[in-house]
Design a binder for this molecule. Structure first.
Ligand code: ZN
Length: 113
C-alpha cells in the first residue's frame, strides 16, 4: 500500500497510510517529508517514491473511517459517470446521508478534505 496525500478543509496537507492519518511537520531538503500522527505522537517520513517509513507503533488502531471515505468517493465518481447528474447534487445527497449516519466531524472533514 502506498501513501495517499490529501488536503484538509483548511488547506493543510495530510498523509494517509495504512489507515492512519498524519499532518505535515516539515519538509526536508532532499524532498522527503516528516509527518506526525493526528491521534498520537508517532512520526513517519515519506519519500518522493511514495514509500513511507514508520518509526514507532501507534497507541491506537487504524482509522477504519478512511477506508469508508475512499470507497464512498469511488462510488460517487461511478455514480456521477452513470447518472451524469451534476456532481454537486450527488455530493450534497451523500453529505446528507453521512450526516444522518454519523455525527463525527472528523469523518466529515476527511470526506471534504
Ligand atoms: Zn497514531
Amino acid at each position: 500500500m502506498s501513501a495517499i496525500f490529501t488536503e484538509s478543509t483548511h488547506g493543510k496537507r495530510r498523509l494517509c497510510y495504512i489507515g492512519y492519518r498524519y499532518s505535515l511537520k516539515r519538509k526536508n531538503q532532499n524532498g522527503s517529508e516528516y509527518w506526525i500522527c493526528i491521534k498520537c505522537q508517532t512520526t513517519v517520513t515519506s519519500y518522493l517514491n511514495l514509500s513511507v517509513i514508520v518509526r514507532e507503533d501507534h497507541t491506537h488502531l487504524p482509522d477504519e473511517t478512511d477506508k469508508e471515505v475512499l470507497e464512498m468517493r469511488q462510488n460517487l465518481k461511478r455514480k456521477a459517470i452513470e447518472e451524469s447528474s451534476p456532481i454537486d447534487r450527488i455530493v450534497e445527497e451523500a453529505f446528507r446521508a453521512i450526516n444522518s449516519q454519523s455525527q463525527s466531524n472528523d469523518f466529515l472533514n476527511s470526506f471534504f478534505f
